[in-house]
Ligand binder design. Structure first.
Ligand code: ATP
Ligand code: MG
Length: 696
C-alpha cells in the first residue's frame, strides 16, 4: 500500500507494515498515473501508452516496488523482446532495487535470474524440465540458419528439390511453418492468406513439415518456434503448468504490442486468474507482424480475464521536445487504423526536426558524418547520437565514410557475430559435445578436418553413435583423432567451463589459419567469445543463450576495456526499439526504402512500415534529422554505364505534414509534382530509356 503525505514527504508502507523513509521512496520520480501503475494491486494490469511516456521506467519501478514489499527477486519473471531491452530493464530495475534495499554502493544490485526474452526464458525452463518431458537436457537449439540447413536437407531427401513445378525454397518453407506455429492458424489458411503462390504445394508442404519435425526429434534439436511451442505444451499439462506457475510470484512484460498469438496464450496460461500480471506496450509501435505479432492481441488481452484487466494509459511524453513529438504524432495520425492517444510534452521548445534533401547516398553519408562531428564539438558524446535505418545494408555508404574519417561506431542489427563461419565452427563442436544426436553439428565439425571428403562424412553419419568404430581416411587420421579426443574430453568429467572454450579455440586455431586469410581477426573474435563465455555458468547455458540472443555487434558485451570509449550508434530500427538518444538521424526516408519496396503490396504491410518510421522518430530526445537521398546507384551493371534510381520523399510525409519540419538542402521540385503513381516508388530509369538498346 502506498501512502502519499500531503506535506510533500512521501512514505511507503510495505505489506509488513514497515515504514520506509522518503530517501528510498521508489515512486517519487513517477507522475500520478505512473505511480498508480507501479503500485497497482489485485488483478491483471495493462498499460497502453505512446512512445517515451515512461512505460519501461514504470515497469522497472514496479519491479523494485514489488521487491521492496518483500517479493523475492528470484521469483519475478520479466520478459521483453530483445536481449538489449532485457538488459536495459534489468539495469534500471537493479539500480532502483539497489537504492530501495539501501545497499552500499560497492555491492552489486540483486540478480534477476528470470529477466530475458520469451525465447530465452523458454529455453531455460525446458532445460530444467527436460527430464520430465522426455527431452535430453543437452538438446540443441537451432538458430535460423541451422533450421534452414535442416529444412533444405529434408526438402532434398523428400525429392522436393527436383519436383517439376518449382517448389518453394527452404527459407520460404520455414517461414510458412513458422507462421502456422506462431499464429496457430492451419496451413491451408496461411497459404491462402500469405503465400498464395505456394498454395498448390499444400500436400507436399504438410509432408515436408512432418519430416522436418521428425528430423529435429531424431537430432534432439529445437528451433526457435519450438521453444515457445514446447512451453505452450507444458502449460497444457495441469501438473506441469501448476509447477511452472509456482516458480514466479509476478510476471512483468514490456513491449507487449509485439506478442503473437502463442505468446499471448502463454501469458494467460501463466496467470489464469490474472493476479500478478503486468504488461506494458504501445500499439503504434507494433513492428513484428512478420513474426506473427498482431496489435489485436494486446487490445484483446484485457478481456482474456474475468473480470477484465485494468487498463491504464500514460499521456505525458518525457523523452522528446514538443517539436519532435508533434512531427511524430502527425506521422502516426495518418495511420489507417489506430487507437487514439493524446501525448503531450512539457519539455522546453527545441528546433523543428529537419528534412535533408541530398543528391545521393554518398552525400547523405557526408552530411550525417558532418552533423555528428558538429554535435560532438558542442559536447554531445558520440554515444548519445544514433543513426537508424530500415535495413542493415542501408548504412553501407555511411560506414565507409565513418571509417574514412576515423569516427568509431558500433552497429546493431547487422550481420550477427554468430553468423560468422568461425564462430559457428566453434559452437558446432560445443554443441556436438553436448548432444551426440546432433548430426548438423557433427557434420560441421567433421568438415573442418582436412581429408574428410563427402564419402567419409556419409560413413560418419552411420557411425554417429559409436565414434570409436569410425575409421577416418588415412590422410585425415591424425587430425581426426585430435577432434575425437577433444569431443571426448568435453563429454568427460574433466571438462571445465569456461576452460573448455579455450581448448576448442586452441584446437581450432590451425584450422582457422588454413581456412581463412584473415585468421588473426577471426581468432581475436574467438578470444572475445571466450570473454563472453566467462560470464555464463555452464557450457550449455552459454551455447543456448548465444544462439537465442547473439551479441549483435562484435563490441557488444565487450566488457570493461571498452567502457570509456566513445562511439556512434548505428542500428536498424527494429533493434532500436525502446531506446533513446539525444540526436537521431534516420537514413533513406524515401519511398522504396521506407516503405521498403517489398512492402508496397498490402495495406497491413504499409501500415507496419509507417509504424517503423514512427518508432525511429520517437527515439530522439532533442534533435531529429530525416535524410532523403534523391538518387541511388544500382550496383555492378557495368554494361549499362552509371545507373541510377530516382527516389521520392517517403509517402509517410506528404506535403500536408511539411509544416512540422524544417527543409534543408537544394531546392528541388516538390516530389509530388513530379511523382509517378505512389505504388511505384522507384523509377527504373535505365529500363524506361529503352532496355533493348544500351549505349556505352
Ligand atoms: P518506448 O515506447 O519508446 O519504449 P517508454 O514509454 O518505455 O518508451 P521510457 O523509456 O520508460 O519510455 O522513458 C522515456 C524517457 O522518459 C526516459 O528517459 C525516462 O527516464 C524518462 N521518464 C519517464 N518517466 C519520467 C518521469 N516521471 N519523470 C522524469 N522522466 C521520466
Ligand atoms: Mg519502453
Amino acid at each position: 500500500m502506498l501512502e502519499l503525505r500531503r506535506n510533500g514527504t512521501r512514505r511507503l508502507i510495505g505489506s509488513s507494515g514497515r515504514l520506509y523513509s522518503s530517501g528510498v521512496d521508489l515512486l517519487a520520480e513517477l507522475n500520478p498515473e505512473q505511480r498508480a501503475a507501479a503500485s497497482h494491486e489485485g488483478g491483471p494490469l495493462l498499460v497502453i501508452a505512446g512512445a517515451g511516456t515512461g512505460k519501461t521506467m514504470t515497469l522497472a519501478a514496479r519491479l523494485a516496488w514489488l521487491a521492496h514489499r518483500g517479493a523475492d527477486p528470484q521469483r519475478l519473471l520479466l520478459m521483453t523482446f530483445s536481449r538489449r531491452a532485457a538488459a536495459e530493464m534489468a539495469r534500471r530495475a537493479g539500480r532502483l532495487l539497489h537504492r530501495s534495499l539501501g545497499l552500499p554502493a560497492s555491492t552489486p544490485p540483486p540478480h534477476l535470474p528470470w529477466c530475458g526474452t520469451f525465447h530465452g526464458v523458454a529455453a531455460r525452463l525446458l532445460r530444467e524440465e527436460a527430464p520430465r518431458v522426455g527431452l535430453v537436457a543437452g538438446y540443441t537449439v537451432l538458430d535460423r540458419a541451422d533450421a534452414q540447413d535442416l529444412m533444405a536437407l529434408t526438402r532434398q531427401s523428400l525429392g522436393l528439390a527436383q519436383s517439376e513445378q518449382r517448389f518453394p525454397l527452404a527459407p520460404t518453407c520455414l517461414a510458412i511453418l513458422s507462421r502456422c506455429v506462431n499464429t496457430r492458424v492451419p496451413l491451408a489458411q496461411v497459404l491462402a492468406d500469405d503465400y498464395p503462390w505456394c498454395a498448390a504445394h499444400e500436400a507436399e508442404l504438410a509432408r515436408l513439415h512432418a519430416a522436418y519435425a521428425a528430423a529435429k526429434r531424431q537430432q534432439q534439436a529445437l528451433d526457435y518456434d519450438d521453444l515457445l511451442l514446447a512451453w505452450w505444451h507444458l502449460m497444457q499439462v495441469p501438473a506441469l503448468a501448476e509447477a511452472i506457475r509456482a516458480r514466479w510470484d509476478e510476471v512483468l512484460v514490456d513491449e507487449v504490442q509485439d506478442v503473437n498469438r502463442l505468446q499471448s496464450e502463454l501469458l494467460v496460461a501463466l496467470r489464469p486468474q490474472g493476479r500478478g500480471l503486468t504488461a506494458v506496450g504501445d500499439d503504434a509501435q507494433s513492428i513484428y507482424a512478420f513474426r506473427g505479432a498482431d496489435v489485436r492481441h494486446i487490445l484483446d488481452l484485457p478481456r482474456r480475464w474475468e473480470p477484465p484487466a485494468r487498463v491504464l494509459t500514460l499521456e505525458q511524453n518525457y523523452r522528446s521536445t514538443p517539436q519532435i513529438l508533434a512531427a511524430s504524432n502527425a506521422v502516426i495520425a495518418l495511420a489507417a487504423e489506430r487507437y487514439e492517444k493524446t501525448l503531450r510534452s512539457d519539455r522546453a521548445a527545441g528546433c523543428l526536426p529537419r528534412l535533408h534533401l541530398v543528391d545521393d547516398e554518398a552525400a547523405q553519408a557526408r552530411g550525417v558524418a558532418d552533423a555528428v562531428l558538429a554535435q560532438r564539438e558542442t559536447g554531445l558524446a558520440l554515444k548519445r547520437q544514433a543513426v537508424l535505418f530500415r535495413t542493415s545494408h542501408h548504412s553501407m555508404a555511411l560506414e565507409l565514410e565513418l571509417v574514412r574519417r576515423g569516427i568509431p561506431y558500433v552497429k546493431f542489427g547487422g550481420l550477427r557475430f554468430l553468423e560468422a563461419a568461425h564462430v559457428k565452427d566453434v559452437l558446432a563442436v560445443l554443441r556436438w559435445a553436448d548432444n551426440p544426436a546432433s548430426t548438423l553439428s557433427m557434420l560441421r565439425s567433421a568438415r573442418l578436418v582436412p581429408g574428410m571428403g563427402p564419402a567419409s562424412v556419409r560413413r560418419l553419419i552411420d557411425h554417429a553413435g559409436a565414434l570409436a568404430d569410425f575409421r577416418a581416411p588415412p590422410a585425415a587420421a591424425r587430425t581426426w583423432a585430435d577432434l575425437v579426443d577433444l569431443i571426448e574430453h568435453l563429454r568427460g568429467d574433466a571438462a571445465r567451463w569456461p576452460d573448455d572454450l579455450a581448448r576448442v579455440v586452441d584446437w581450432y586455431e590451425p584450422h582457422a589459419q588454413r581456412l581463412h586469410d584473415d585468421a588473426a581477426v577471426r581468432l581475436a573474435d574467438l578470444r572475445q567469445l571466450a570473454r563472453i563465455a566467462a560470464g555464463h555458468s555452464s557450457r550449455l547455458r552459454f551455447v543456448t543463450e548465444l544462439t537465442l540472443d547473439p551479441p549483435e555487434a562484435s563490441s557488444d558485451e565487450a566488457g570493461p576495456p571498452h567502457r570509456d570509449e566513445d562511439y556512434l550508434i548505428l542500428s536498424t530500427i527494429h533493434s532500436a526499439k525502446g531506446q533513446e538518444w539525444n540526436a537521431v538521424h534516420v537514413l533513406n526516408v524515401v519511398d522504396g526504402c521506407m516503405p521498403a519496396d517489398l512492402a508496397t503490396g498490402r495495406t497491413a504491410e504499409i501500415e507496419e512500415e509507417r509504424r517503423l518510421l514512427y518508432v525511429a522518430m520517437t527515439r530522439a530526445r532533442d534533435e531529429l534529422s530525416l535524410w532523403m537521398p534523391q538518387r541511388f546507384h544500382v550496383g555492378q551493371q557495368r554494361a549499362w554505364g552509371d545507373r541510377h534510381l530516382y527516389a521520392l520523399r517517403s509517402r509517410f510525409i506528404p506535403d500536408a505534414l511539411l509544416a512540422n519540419f524544417e527543409s534543408v538542402g537544394p531546392a528541388a521540385p516538390a516530389p509530388e509534382s513530379a511523382a509517378p503513381p505512389a505504388a511505384e516508388p522507384l523509377i527504373d530509369l535505365a529500363a524506361l530509356l529503352g532496355a533493348g538498346a544500351p549505349q556505352r
